[in-house]
Design a protein around this ligand. Structure first.
Ligand code: 1PX
Length: 214
């Protein structure tokens, strides 16, 4: 069953990450941010309990959109050009946040870490038993990724919010991709593209020693 015309489907959202990778293995920031915007829209549809998460994600997306639509937009076309430009121009705080608290490099790093959570979560959702709890899959993915970077209070709030997630089958249905079985197939198609964006970013950031930006 295809999603109703005009309805919000996670298929297109995840497809944005496919469109983000060029043949030369560059990551285009336009589609990358569109993917994040769509994910936030989906997150908002899950209820107000997640709004503290979506607010932070939106703030970071907005920072990046203002660079991408700003005076130096050419430099912010790809992740690679952004890193080269910001590093060459001394626009990245490397030791502690001071003169450039919201550099593109540190902002994308936060989204990049969250993308690892998404990768683990979607893989968990795809491969779990039908009667699995989404909250457990989400908590396990979070603990194995993003939680490392969050203080106790954020970890606690996130774990409480995860309890409000619907069952696995209900979750697959609200993705609006069709039946749960069709959603599982879609996830199988989409995940390699998310992994590819994640892998390219991780490699680029490791190469420039940017993985621990304050
Ligand atoms: C098919 C599934 C789709 C699910 C879509 C869900 C989209 C989730 C988007 C999450 C974006 C989270 C960005 C978090 C960035 C971050 O780590 N920020 C922290 C550090 O930033 P700073 O500027 O201070 O260095 C900031 O402290 C974060 C605060 C808010 C809490 C973040 C909790 C993240 C939990 C992620 C899991 C989302 C669960 C969604 C359930 C489906």
């Amino acid at each position: 069953m295809a999603a109703a015309a005009g309805a919000f489907s996670l298929r297109e959202v995840l497809g944005a990450f496919q469109a983000a990778v060029t043949e030369r293995r560059e990551v285009l920031l336009g589609p990358y941010l569109r993917g994040w915007r769509g994910l936030v829209r989906f997150l908002n549809s899950l209820g107000a309990i997640f709004s503290f998460i979506s607010k932070d994600a939106v703030a970071k997306i907005q920072i990046m959109e203002s660079y991408c639509g700003g005076e130096r937009q050419e430099e912010y076309r790809t992740l690679q050009s952004m890193v080269a430009y910001e590093l060459a121009s001394g626009l990245v705080d490397l030791q502690r946040r001071s003169e450039h608290p919201d550099s593109g490099c540190r902002t994308v790093l936060r989204l990049h870490r969250a993308l690892r959570w998404l990768q683990l979560f979607l893989e968990g959702l795809r491969t779990a038993q039908e009667d699995s709890k989404t909250s457990t899959i989400c908590t396990d993915s979070y603990n194995a990724s993003l939680a490392t970077y969050h203080p106790w209070v954020v970890r606690k709030a996130a774990t409480v919010a995860f309890c409000a997630l619907p069952s696995r089958n209900a979750f697959l249905e609200i993705m609006n991709v069709g039946t749960p079985e069709e959603a599982v197939v879609m996830l199988g198609d989409a995940l390699p593209h998310i992994s590819s964006v994640y892998g390219i970013t991780e490699e680029l950031y490791a190469q420039h020693k940017l993985l621990n930006l304050p």
